[in-house]
Design a protein around this ligand. Sequence first.
Ligand code: PHE
Ligand code: ZN
Length: 846
Amino acid sequence: MKDAAPQPVRLSEYTPFPFVVEQVDLRFTLAGAETRVHSKIRFAPNPAAERAGEIFLHGKELELISARIDGAEVSPVITARGLTCPVPSGAFTWEAEVRIDPTTNTSLDGLYTSGGMYCTQCEAEGFRKITFYPDRPDVMAPFRVQIDSDMPVRLSNGNMVEEGVWDDPWPKPAYLFALVAGDLRNFPGEFKTMSGKDVELNIWVRPGDEARAEYAMDALKRSMAWDEEVYGREYDLQIFNIVAVDDFNMGAMENKGLNIFNSKYVLASPETATDTDYDFIEGIIAHEYFHNWTGNRITCRDWFQLCLKEGLTVFRDQQFSSDMRGAAVKRITEVMQLRARQFREDQGPLAHPVRPEEYIEINNFYTATVYEKGAEVIHMLKALVGDEGYAKALDLYFERHDGDAATIEDWLKVFEDATGRDLSQFSRWYSQAGTPRLTVEEHFKDGTLTLDFKQETKPTPGQAQKQPQVIPIAVGLIGPNGNEVAETRVLEMNKSEQSFEFTGLSAMPVASILRNFSAPVVLDRKLDIASRAFLLAHDTDPFNRWEAGRVLGKEVLTQMITEGAAPAPDLLTGLSRVVADDSLEPAYRALMLGLPSEDDLAQTLFDSGHVPDPAAIHAARDALQDAMAAEMEPILASLYEQMETPAPYSPDAEAAGKRSLRGACLGLLSRRDGCARAKALFEAADNMTEELAALAVLIRHGQGEAAVQAFYDKWRHDRLVMDKWFMLQVVQSSPETMAETVKSLTEHADFDWKNPNRFRSVLGGMQANPAGFHRADGAAYRLYADWLLKLDPVNPQTTARMTTAFETWARYDADRQQMMREQLERIAALPGLSENTGEMVGRILG
Ligand code: PHE
Ligand code: ZN
């Protein structure tokens, strides 16, 4: 029999839970397949809800051993979703015992084991796999947890009362519950808060990994200090624990007082981690820590409000990283990431509002739109109300909503109350999906520059009509001699078409529009190559200066692909000048040498009415890089020498910036020097950043065989490094043979496919090689789908997330469209397919 079609959950159908939870007491007996969870929960009627004569508690894959209300045995009705039981009219105590088996839990959701340790993941709805409970974020309660186990280290949320017993005084929703037990070692630290309280810090890792937690600890202390300084937020428990686990579906999790991390975002040493790894560790440690206030103390009323905590916390971690590593470089990398992930999502069948209105499986909505566009919305809000308005609004938010499960309406209301602004039109950013396209035309007459803007958002699934949004457009003007003649001014566009004037100009300036990427829109502006090159040389806004080069690069590549044009000299000379400019940070110059990605070009071609040919895109980028290398060889060669960083390795932003410029030079120079530099660097490197950069170049140029083997022999015992080894071979493979490379890597003895990091390295790596993924014979599509079919019964969350490789099918030619749809339909037809994957595949097919 086929299961009934899963029913969507809707924002419009929210009702409060009829009970409040006054106290939760849990006792875990960790005994492998015979693990028991005893719960004692004090319920009372919720004065804000209608009275109910029975209670519904979520529960999934639980074996109920006994249930009691106020001490008397009860027999609830149990379904696949939970249980229902009649209850007394006043307050009552529920007690239950369940049996669960963490050892066979491969979904990595709920209580599971990883490398011999017990750990939990409860967001969004994993707690219902641990015990029967109202598993919804608006039910908040204090928890006390006892862990009976012979494991030497036993951790849960809150403060430790005695060995294996934890008490968390702060009421929290069940998704923030966590438990860890294992043979772990700690890297200790301490922090004195601004009011003088001492906090014990620990990072728990597997024996032998202690030394690799040093950087994460340093990042944690800096995060704690930053949140005090910038937001006035202090930590609120005596202890803060972080645990690294190898098997984890996501990056990390902000459980109260006990953050659990994918080990790849905690562990780092110069020999094993790249500069990018260090950067991510810093950002994610900060992100999870910042959730303590934005997410934990103030949580979400329901999962539709996910962006309330995620958008804000991403925005906060971006501010932090910007303070730590430099604003310009950080902003550029944010925007590159936003375009690569969120714009792609917004332009395809999975487009949804920052606050979605319905879902089947909430785990499918931990998306770039909720996270990154959610952060961009706050970026705009701050631009509109100013720094002071933002600070006032945030103070009010913490003051008014501490301890609440809040909504986006609550969030916007504090901004309205703190600043007196009406944000009703602005709120469309939360409800309307799709990336607005902003078109601009420029006229100059009698000393006045007029900018005529139009905004348009294409229909997205379920939203045919779009209303005009409030778009903050930061504009500055550059005079003919290259000086800024008008400082940045934020224009507020709120109509479909709107004009703005700049008067009193003595000569026609070049406008620098959407400075610092002031809104998440696509800017459509016809500008001649000379003016773009002028902005590339003179724009005083570092983001837009980079953007000028990027747009120029895109235009040149488009002409190469669609008209067979040669690489334009303006681009080559413009880029050489910037790269040679010693007054600019190395990291910034490295970004200048990057070209728009193959995926970005495919979307750009599609938007301008072309059918993208992945092989032609790949070839054009290659040709342009050859031309850049030929034009700039002397500068690149001297920069390659200059950017050498002295030993010992340091992960700081300045040294990392030098290495990134050096790496960019290496990539281009290898097109001229027969990989001589890469071979030498591979031998000499004392850090993973350079070792990996050299290996990438060697593989890319078909000279990697010996190095791949040497790297394997050196690092085969290190899981995190081996993930890189697997991934690099896929990403750098020649597109024609990528599918075969993947096939043979999946047959490798170390391809532990149930580990999400390893699976993502190999299969996820395919997405970073679009010409290989979209190979004309469809071999890569089939192979990719084969593996999703294999993973789905084991780990539905990771499988569902990886279906997004197919979200762009509609861009391509009829043959490719058909082959991709065939694979999606094949997945949809899998007997027993998970709801997670079923929902995604259904939406992608449309
Ligand atoms: N809430 C986590 C974060 O953003 C992400 C996460 C979601 C982790 C769901 C696990 C499961 O930091
Ligand atoms: Zn988060």
